[in-house]
Design a protein around this ligand. Structure first.
Ligand code: NI
Ligand code: MN
Length: 242
């Protein structure tokens, strides 16, 4: 009885954004009644071995850039679930070569109204090549906004001053920022990024998966706490609502 009641409540809780972590930089975000999966790298990640990739049924799969630790499971999931893939032109060309039928190519600075809301591609300072060695276009971040939510998914990026432009167009409620250093921002750069985008609710990503990006969780949490910003380090498989 109680479970049934909870389920009823869950299906009517569209006023919040639901986030599930699948390890590395991969999250499913439910917003505006649609499921958006970011940068799926699940089956090769030993930390995510409990996740059943074939059970994931996103409406959309968003790819920030072409590196294998962001796209590995994307063709499989899109083909399983009939999802629409979104990302740079070059990333979408690669997805089509893998047999993905529904793609929507975009580029930095452009936006489009999807049924989950408005999606804008923003700058990321990084590199991008596809797993087959082909050019991956420029790496990107994403800003998603609709009547309920506005969030920023930074992808792989260094700290950069263009982040200051993001809050001029919408109030970022939650941001997904890389914190693992070596390939991206570290914890202290991510704190600066949070200040630039005027957001105090940060979800950490791109840490612990490889030796190069292992972090001390309590140091990271302490640094954010001292800065007056919430940092969430989600367990793989964990779901949170904001
Ligand atoms: Ni990368
Ligand atoms: Mn990466």
């Amino acid at each position: 009885m109680f479970d049934a009641f909870q389920n009823i409540f869950a299906t009517h809780s569209d006023t919040t954004m639901e986030i599930t972590y699948y390890g590395h930089s991969s999250f499913m975000v439910k917003t505006n009644g649609k499921n958006i999966l970011f940068d799926p790298f699940i089956s090769p990640n030993p930390l995510a071995s409990d996740i059943d990739v074939d059970a994931l049924k996103p409406d959309f799969v968003l790819l920030s850039h072409g590196h294998i630790d962001h796209v590995e499971d994307a063709p499989r999931i899109c083909k399983n679930a009939g999802s629409t893939a979104i990302g740079s032109w070059e990333t979408m060309v690669w997805m089509e070569k893998q047999g993905v039928e529904k793609t929507h190519p975009m580029n930095i600075g452009g936006s489009w109204n999807f049924d989950f809301g408005n999606l804008k591609l923003v700058n990321a300072v990084h590199s991008s090549s596809m797993p087959d060695g082909s050019y991956g276009g420029n790496p990107t971040g994403f800003v998603v906004s609709n009547n309920e939510d506005c969030f920023y998914y930074a992808g792989d990026t260094a700290l950069h001053m263009d982040m200051q432009l993001i809050p001029r167009r919408c109030n970022i409620k939650t941001a997904f920022l890389p914190i693992g250093s070596n390939f991206t921002m570290d914890v202290y750069d991510a704190i600066e990024a949070a200040r630039m985008i005027h957001c105090n609710n940060i979800i950490g990503m791109h840490y612990d998966t490889f030796d190069y990006i292992k972090i001390d969780h309590s140091d990271a949490l302490d640094a954010f706490t001292k800065a007056g910003i919430y940092l969430h380090l989600l367990n793989i498989g964990q779901t949170v609502n904001f």
